[in-house]
Design a protein around this ligand. Structure first.
Ligand code: ZN
Length: 52
């Protein structure tokens, strides 16, 4: 049984920002992986007006 790469390493070790692809300082919130930088930049778009 073949396991796709993304599924195999899902979770730990595969924390990439879904916006810029950066794997550093990525936080998980609301089921989304977003780095801190993008989080702040896209806060309004994503509905996080709290951090804008
Ligand atoms: Zn990012």
């Amino acid at each position: 049984m073949k396991i796709p790469y993304e599924l195999k390493y899902k979770g730990k070790g595969l924390r990439k920002c879904r916006i810029c692809g950066n794997s550093r300082a990525v936080i998980r919130s609301y089921k989304q992986y977003i780095c801190r930088r993008c989080f702040r930049e896209h806060a309004k778009e994503l509905g996080f007006s709290k951090y804008s």
